[in-house]
Design a binder for this molecule. Structure first.
Ligand SMILES: CC(=O)SCCNC(=O)CCNC(=O)[C@H](O)C(C)(C)COP(=O)(O)OP(=O)(O)OC[C@H]1O[C@@H](n2cnc3c(N)ncnc32)[C@H](O)[C@@H]1OP(=O)(O)O
Length: 409
């Protein structure tokens, strides 16, 4: 059995340490695509200062995790302080001896001390993060559209003008559109300057073709699409020319239809591959032939950790009628344990008895309306103390639009 020594954990703040952490993450991930080194003196453009943690054993950096600060949208539209957690890696020579556990414990405590209400991440494997109180709060669907079958219904409404932009000037326009038009869909997160700088650095280092189009009059754009072709070696002869839609940000119906019309109008393209759409995306309903759209995959998107349960329960809105009381467990942040009463008029602590007992990871899964209490109960993930309580909880927590973040990081 591997010997367990408590690692020394601290913030990494020099350029050399941050570069080492970045290289460590890539080594841990094994198969990430090549990404050129960022120029000397620019690491602080890609990593938020004071948010990269390192774990040391015998003086050597063996694990790392970082985060950026932002906001996440809750049901009802409240935007709460949020940590976007990423770049988690432990050297393959030092796994399964508690390095990640030490890093996550420290990071969660730090994020709570910063008054952040939730943290989220994208998981490389589904077995890692549940033990730390993360639950799957949203899913993402990858879709293929067969363009020759994809005729829009005649009553699909009009849309505004679409125009192509060129890189690198487009980046600032895209960032402005995203921050001005972030919708109220639960799970949406803002994109930090670090996120945009990383995208830009990666894209600027590639020579492959990439395009961007925006919807709306100049200065009043309200949506954009970034796309690129794949398998271009065979582009002239292929019968399956595919364009990958990397980023489809269309928060209003007119932007959605305008950008879709533009993509469908591209000559030569047999397939549009949308890499990430919400589970309730309207795409198939816009076509005469709904089977023009095929689901390629459904994946977990947002893994959410509740950092401050009192604040998150009070900040989200509830629908329906009735009252339910929840008792909560939280191994890592015991401040989140207690009994809470929830009704359409809000949530707060109570000294009353509980109808349902749930762990914070399962509560995270249901928080944005992405799954139901019924489903959790059927899987034995909720203890039910009052019959009918699951139905009431489902009416209170349900939300008309599916949660989705739409931003990978
Ligand atoms: C948000 C992101 O960045 S996602 C990217 C995550 N990074 C990767 O996938 C890179 C490759 N993997 C790694 O770097 C490491 O294996 C990590 C970070 C996943 C785990 O680090 P470790 O230091 O080995 O985790 P640690 O020893 O603290 O494990 C804690 C528990 O989780 C379990 N665990 C951790 N990772 C895994 C895994 N990949 N599969 C199964 N179990 C795992 C451990 O067995 C341990 O269980 P125990 O408490 O019952 O003993």
């Amino acid at each position: 059995m591997t010997e367990r020594t408590e690692p020394e954990i601290r913030i990494l703040d020099t350029e050399a340490e941050l570069r080492e952490a970045s290289a460590l993450f890539r080594t841990a991930m094994v198969g990430l695509p090549a990404w050129p080194e960022v120029p000397d003196g620019t690491v602080d453009r890609y990593l938020e200062s004071g948010r990269t943690w390192g774990a040391f054993l015998d003086g050597r950096l063996v694990g790392t995790v970082d985060a950026t600060s932002g906001r996440l949208v809750l049901p009802g539209g409240a935007r709460v302080p949020h940590a976007a957690v990423t770049h988690i890696g432990v050297l393959p020579t030092h796994t399964r001896r508690g390095v990640l556990s030490g890093l996550v414990r420290r990071q969660l405590r730090d994020a709570r001390d910063r008054s952040e209400v939730v943290s989220t991440l994208r998981a490389s494997e589904a077995v890692i993060y549940g033990r730390f109180g993360y639950g799957v709060a949203s899913h993402s669907v990858a879709l293929d559209v067969e363009t020759r079958r994809a005729t829009l219904r005649p009553d699909v409404p009009d849309s505004g003008p679409v125009r192509l932009l060129t890189y690198p000037d487009a980046w600032d326009v895209l960032a402005a559109i995203h921050s001005r038009h972030l919708p109220d869909r639960p799970g949406m997160i803002d994109r930090s300057e670090y996120w945009w700088n990383s995208r830009r650095w990666r894209a600027d280092s590639l020579t492959d073709p990439m395009y961007v189009a925006v919807h709306g009059e100049p200065g009043e754009e309200n949506g954009f699409v970034r796309y690129h072709p794949i398998d271009t070696q065979a582009w002239f002869t292929s019968r399956d020319r595919t364009v990958v839609v990397d980023d489809f940000f269309a928060p209003t119906p007119d932007a959605y239809v305008g950008l879709l019309r533009f993509l469908l109008g591209l000559d030569l393209v047999d397939c549009l591959r949308f890499v990430a759409t919400p589970t309730d995306d309207p795409l198939p309903l816009l076509f005469h032939d709904a089977r023009a759209v095929q689901v390629r995959s459904v994946s977990d998107e947002t893994w959410l950790r509740i950092l401050d349960l009192d604040r998150v329960l009070s900040a989200r809105a509830y629908r329906g009628a009735g009252t339910v009381t929840l008792a909560t467990t939280d191994r890592l942040l015991p401040e989140n344990e207690g009994t809470f009463v929830i009704s359409p008029s809000g949530a707060g602590r109570t000294s009353g008895s509980a109808d349902l007992t749930v762990d914070v990871a399962d509560l995270a899964a249901v928080l944005l309306g992405g799954t139901t209490w019924r489903r959790l109960a059927a899987a034995g993930r909720v203890r039910v103390h009052r019959s009918g309580a699951v139905d009431v909880a489902d009416m209170l927590f349900a939300w008309p639009c599916a949660p989705f973040a739409g931003t990978s990081f």
